[in-house]
Design a protein around this ligand. Structure first.
Ligand code: MN
Length: 258
């Protein structure tokens, strides 16, 4: 019976023998009037691409920056040659140029920018590309392991030993970005190879609007629930915790199909 069912409904197959399930949710939160976060999920592409951007700028510029970034990034990624790390670097640099040019064409001196946290899965690798203070985590049974860096004044002072973790967490410039997309003609992109994708791997990308939910709870929900259910529940919990900022969560789960 079971084998017949399997024959009639084979698991989704792809060239690399992996099935990737994704959950995604975004919300304006309880305080802001506009959602300036943007996300992109492309689980059917080869390689697969997942993006979270948190825009900033006056008026509606932040929302424009994050949307321009996601679109430019996806287009450049699709057209870029392998290897995956090069595709991602090229795509983020292209997104930077697109936001920078759009910002410049305002003509009124206003500047906009966005964070950009990207996961690529394909060519036998999982690779992170990252700029800003949105976050990427690897979700394991035991821990939520941050695989991105926070490109903020306080985090970089902590990394060089100027501040302790406690001091950094309270520092007035803990949210001030040292790198963003679209604020200069060139951007330094963090590229991190996270190794070959393995059965059961799970990754979470989020904007800083998820901060009201503490780490043990993020771990529990991301680990124990199906990705879409988990993403929606985490956004709901950030809202229940006051929703001070726009909230975006993308959860990616890898499974072997053979
Ligand atoms: Mn934010």
């Amino acid at each position: 019976m079971f084998s017949r069912w399997k024959k009639a409904h084979p698991p989704p197959r792809s060239a690399d023998g992996l099935a990737v399930r994704v959950g995604a949710a975004t919300d304006v939160g309880q305080v802001r009037s506009e959602n300036q976060d943007a996300l992109g999920v492309f689980p059917e592409e080869e390689p697969r691409l997942f993006v979270v951007c948190d825009g900033m700028g006056g008026h509606q510029d932040g929302g424009l920056a994050s949307r321009v970034a996601v679109q430019a990034l996806a287009e450049a990624f699709a057209a870029a040659p392998p290897p995956l790390a090069h595709r991602l670097k090229h795509a983020v640099e292209s997104a930077n140029a697109a936001v920078w040019q759009r910002s410049d064409s305002n003509g009124d001196g206003r500047r906009m920018g966005t964070t950009c946290t990207v996961l690529g899965i394909g060519e036998g690798r999982v690779v992170l590309a990252h700029v800003g203070d949105s976050r990427a985590y690897r979700v394991t049974d035991a821990a939520l392991e941050q695989v991105s860096e926070d490109h903020t004044v306080a985090a970089e002072m902590q990394a060089t030993g100027v501040l302790t973790a406690t001091e950094a967490a309270r520092h007035p410039r803990r949210h001030a970005l040292t790198r963003a997309l679209g604020t200069a003609p060139h951007v330094e992109v963090l590229i991190r190879d996270l190794g070959p994708p393995r059965d059961g791997d799970k990754f979470l990308l989020c904007s800083d609007g998820l901060a009201p939910v503490d780490h043990p709870e993020v771990l529990r929900v991301a680990r124990d629930y199906e990705p879409q259910e988990a993403a929606e529940w985490l956004v709901a919990q950030a809202n229940a915790g006051g929703g001070p900022d726009n909230i975006t969560v993308v959860i990616v789960e890898v499974a072997a199909t053979e």
